[in-house]
Design a protein. Structure first.
Length: 93
């Protein structure tokens, strides 16, 4: 769901921009900006923007195949593999 919402929000933002929607000039910086609201920083975000367009976080994203936390992915996949190989059904356990 988290990845799907991110993709949906990106598509919605692109469609809004294509229709001429704009954002506040100082949505990130300034007294009423995001950085000040959450980190107490009113200055420009030079550190956050220094690798913009050259370093892509998407390359480090993982997708969880099962709806359990990341640390339980391997044990849950192992259990499913055991159930399949031994032809066990959940009702038999």
């Amino acid at each position: 769901m988290q990845l799907a919402f991110g993709a949906r929000n990106g598509i919605a933002a692109a469609r809004a921009a294509a229709c001429g929607a704009v954002t506040a000039i100082f949505a990130l910086e300034g007294e009423a900006g995001h950085f000040n609201a959450f980190a107490g920083l009113a200055d420009p975000a030079t550190e956050a923007l220094k690798c913009l367009g050259t370093s892509w976080q998407l390359l480090g994203v993982t997708v969880k195949p099962l709806p359990v936390c990341a640390i339980l992915q391997d044990p849950a996949l192992l259990l499913l593999d055991i159930l399949r190989r031994r032809h066990l059904c959940p009702e038999a356990i």
